[in-house]
Design a protein around this ligand. Sequence first.
Ligand SMILES: *[C@@H]1O[C@H](CO)[C@@H](O)[C@H](O)[C@H]1NC(C)=O
Ligand SMILES: *[C@@H]1O[C@H](CO)[C@@H](O)[C@H](O)[C@H]1NC(C)=O
Ligand SMILES: *[C@@H]1O[C@H](CO)[C@@H](O)[C@H](O)[C@H]1NC(C)=O
Ligand SMILES: *[C@@H]1O[C@H](CO)[C@@H](O)[C@H](O)[C@H]1NC(C)=O
Ligand SMILES: *[C@@H]1O[C@H](CO)[C@@H](O)[C@H](O)[C@H]1NC(C)=O
Ligand SMILES: *[C@@H]1O[C@H](CO)[C@@H](O)[C@H](O)[C@H]1NC(C)=O
Ligand SMILES: *[C@@H]1O[C@H](CO)[C@@H](O)[C@H](O)[C@H]1NC(C)=O
Ligand SMILES: *[C@@H]1O[C@H](CO)[C@@H](O)[C@H](O)[C@H]1NC(C)=O
Ligand SMILES: *[C@@H]1O[C@H](CO)[C@@H](O)[C@H](O)[C@H]1NC(C)=O
Length: 434
Amino acid sequence: MLISRAAFLASLFSSLSLAQNAEETNRPRNRRCVVPSSNGTRDDSSGISSVFARCATDSVIVFEEGVNYNVFQPIKATNLSNVEIQMYGNLHLPQNISEVQKIVNGGTSTWFTFKGPRLDWTGPEDVNNGWIHSYGQAWWDANPPNETGIDGRPHLMGYETSQATIKYFRSGKPIAWNMKLHGEDIAVSHAIVDASSTGSFPFNTDAFDVKGTNIRITDSIMYNGDDAIAVGSESHDIVFERNTIGYQSHGMSIGSLGKDASDFANITNLRFEDVTVVDALYAARFKSWVGGQGLVKNVTWKNIRVYNVTFPIFVTQSYYDQSVSRGDVDTESSVMMEDFTWSDFSGSINSYQPGDGSCASDPCWYNSGLSNLQHTEAVIIECNTEKSCKNFVAKNIQLYPQTLEPASVICLNATTELNPNLGFSCSNGTFTSP
Ligand SMILES: *[C@@H]1O[C@H](CO)[C@@H](O)[C@H](O)[C@H]1NC(C)=O
Ligand SMILES: *[C@@H]1O[C@H](CO)[C@@H](O)[C@H](O)[C@H]1NC(C)=O
Ligand SMILES: *[C@@H]1O[C@H](CO)[C@@H](O)[C@H](O)[C@H]1NC(C)=O
Ligand SMILES: *[C@@H]1O[C@H](CO)[C@@H](O)[C@H](O)[C@H]1NC(C)=O
Ligand SMILES: *[C@@H]1O[C@H](CO)[C@@H](O)[C@H](O)[C@H]1NC(C)=O
Ligand SMILES: *[C@@H]1O[C@H](CO)[C@@H](O)[C@H](O)[C@H]1NC(C)=O
Ligand SMILES: *[C@@H]1O[C@H](CO)[C@@H](O)[C@H](O)[C@H]1NC(C)=O
Ligand SMILES: *[C@@H]1O[C@H](CO)[C@@H](O)[C@H](O)[C@H]1NC(C)=O
Ligand SMILES: *[C@@H]1O[C@H](CO)[C@@H](O)[C@H](O)[C@H]1NC(C)=O
């Protein structure tokens, strides 16, 4: 009797709390807050900040269609909850480089910081609206030869949320890093990140730096000069699908991991599928540092179409940077890789103009340790030890060099014992497609 009453109370309590959670999730957004604008005649950032403060919960914040907003100061809204940002207008960062540098060097390194649960971003379908214009071209062109980007560059956006959608996000000429996306249960679709340059190389223009659980990026376009997506630790259940990436993209990347040898990397269940990669340095990439620790498990790149890509499939667990001192690391220690699949790749390897404008050293950072490159390599796999790569599988890799010579492979230490279904022999030489 007593037991069944307790059980009854427990079940009543749990259904009440479920109902409460559902109510939390479905709470209406009662307030509609239209952001005031001078439509391009003054700085609108203090008005924007006060709307984010006033309408921080259960609200819809509207940037109106056809309206320009000058965002000459960073916007920080970290107390948001259940808010939709309707980005139908166009935002403009300052065009004066030294004004931005002054702010960044003063300690604010991110232009837009948004944080809180259920934080949606909705842009318009109309491609003329919903843009953030950062005027990065002038920054890229101001970078002196053989330097890797001028001082005082901001990250465009930090976005940390859960149970959220980001639709029609559009970034035009970001100065550098585009979006740091952290959290769980986030769906990004129809984003455009355009950091293609008419002049100098757009250093560090990563599109999405992702950390979290159950994050999807789909149906998007990213033309830039660094990773289209970089998955960091800790991350689980990440999908990158039906996207087109290119210009001098550094591809669909995991890492870099293990730079801090005490920081145990923990990444599982990644899928990169149905992606077109044009003119990029990498398509599918994994990078970890010598001496790193951790495990990355269950990763698939599938149905990847490449055109004029220098390193379509690239893995290194042996990364180190001579200019970075890390004290003593165990050179036998690696971020372990397990259950990696590359399947259904097709297209061309960049043989004629390999590399990209990010080369600012001799040898280029992307050629280091690869003394005998032919630029016919379909696959480069550099495992740090004979134990650190396990259950790699390559299937239907149909990649041809632009020279129409046979494709080649560089492969170290992915042993047959641990990789019985690798599909090709792990040694340097001609690549025979599995
Ligand atoms: C805002 O300015 C643009 C051009 O600068 C103009 O085309 C547009 O009509 C203006 N919108 C409003 C609502 O005043
Ligand atoms: C965020 O909300 C908390 C509690 O509601 C408050 O104490 C804090 O001042 C707010 N911070 C900002 C930046 O608005
Ligand atoms: C940029 O801003 C600085 C002040 O930070 C000012 O001295 C300079 O004249 C401005 N440059 C232009 C081109 O407006
Ligand atoms: C890795 O992350 C998963 C999910 O958060 C967690 O269950 C697991 O304990 C973590 N592993 C390590 C070694 O930290
Ligand atoms: C591997 O990851 C995929 C998602 O890419 C997931 O569907 C699958 O369940 C995972 N496999 C295991 C064994 O966890
Ligand atoms: C291939 O890509 C490189 C690097 O992005 C570029 O310089 C070159 O013009 C491209 N070549 C072709 C044939 O598209
Ligand atoms: C840039 O680096 C390359 C390769 O190291 C070198 O050939 C070139 O002279 C350097 N240019 C300048 C301006 O330092
Ligand atoms: C294969 O090529 C790599 C990269 O150039 C090189 O470090 C390695 O020594 C080569 N392996 C053999 C067995 O020649
Ligand atoms: C990994 O491969 C390199 C190059 O073939 C070799 O020198 C090294 O001994 C290998 N390391 C282990 C632990 O097998």
